[in-house]
Design a protein around this ligand. Structure first.
Ligand SMILES: NC(=O)c1ccc[n+]([C@@H]2O[C@H](COP(=O)([O-])OP(=O)(O)OC[C@H]3O[C@@H](n4cnc5c(N)ncnc54)[C@H](OP(=O)(O)O)[C@@H]3O)[C@@H](O)[C@H]2O)c1
Length: 291
């Protein structure tokens, strides 16, 4: 193997063996996630980028909202995010993201990006017989969803998932805009199992959650997450107002994972190196409380 040249990006696979230099482009696309699910059991995955001290977002000083810290977000991780989205039938996002998008403070418009550098991913979807863009499923209890025009023009189907006790007037308003409303939960909130079953019935087999801690908790509580893609930016950020992977009360039982693969991305000087980790959820044999 070549010696490591610190002036150039280098991506090393550390697990599984053998240690090997690998290309970034295609790293996640080659996993062919779109072949792993079925309508009765869709394949569900999510991804995050986190600092070494576990921050997935920090308060933006001007925008008065928490966003992914710009000193860990980076184009190499973004490429992999786009590759994950390229394989999805539907993206699961949150009511909060829609409100951020409407206020123009969201990190970006939803993937798959139509920028020239991702044209290969759009073409890849076409070659696989997938829709031009993944559908979007907005998970929301409040249904306070000022869906911006940009989303209606994004060449994708739009769904909103909510609980059966959601405000019927807001449900009606959404339907009048041509949005399909999925009721997946007995109260105000969406339940993971019901959501995934409903989306399977819609004909989806590959579901990518791109939201934050609450949606992750919804998936973990109902044991329906298959895979977690987690980028660890090797930088410690601190900060008082932040989000981390999961918040609120303890998961009971806790969610276990096995390491699927591990890549070390040695970046240019001045930028943090990062680990691309892929974790496979361990199916639980029973739901006995953790100790
Ligand atoms: N670093 C990263 O990779 C990364 C990735 C994703 C997000 N983030 C950060 O994480 C933070 C939170 O993101 P987020 O708000 O998009 O995600 P979230 O915490 O998963 O979602 C929160 C919103 O989604 C709705 N929601 C979630 N679960 C629900 C359920 N079971 N039933 C009904 N509604 C539910 C609610 O919408 P309503 O209020 O409309 O009811 C809630 O306000 C943000 O700061 C974001 O920047 C970071």
């Amino acid at each position: 193997m070549d010696s490591i040249n610190p002036s150039r990006n280098k991506l090393l696979r550390l697990f599984p063996a053998p240690l090997e230099q690998v290309a970034l482009e295609g790293l996640y696309l080659n996993q062919e996630l779109h072949r792993l699910g079925t309508h009765s059991q869709p394949f569900v995955y999510t991804n995050f980028i986190a600092s070494l001290d576990g921050r997935i977002s920090l308060e933006h000083p001007q925008k008065r909202t928490r966003i992914v810290p710009d000193n860990i977000a980076n184009p190499r991780d973004w490429r992999l995010f786009q590759e994950l989205a390229a394989q999805a039938d539907a993206l699961l996002t949150s009511g909060r993201y829609i409100r951020q998008l409407a206020q123009n403070v969201a990190q970006d418009i939803l993937p798959v990006s139509e920028q020239p550098e991702y044209a290969d991913l759009i073409q890849w979807r076409q070659s696989q017989g997938l829709a031009p863009q993944p559908a979007i499923v907005v998970i929301s209890a409040s249904l306070n969803l000022p869906i911006p025009e940009i989303l209606f023009n994004s060449n994708r189907s739009i769904y909103v998932a909510t609980g059966s006790k959601a405000d019927p007037l807001r449900v009606q308003e959404l339907k009048e805009k041509g949005i399909q409303v999925i009721v997946a939960g007995k109260g105000l909130r969406v339940q993971g199992q019901a959501l995934i079953a409903a989306l399977g019935q819609e004909g989806f087999t590959t579901l990518y959650a791109i939201a934050g801690p609450e949606v992750l908790k919804t998936l973990l509580t109902d044991q329906i997450l298959n895979r977690l893609y987690l980028t660890h930016a090797l930088r410690i950020l601190g900060g008082e107002s932040f989000d981390t992977l999961l918040e609120g009360e303890r998961l009971n039982p806790a969610a276990d994972f096995n390491l699927h693969s591990l890549y070390y991305d040695i970046t240019n000087e001045g930028e943090p190196s990062q680990m691309f980790t892929i974790y496979e959820a361990v199916a639980r044999k029973d739901s006995a409380p953790n100790s």
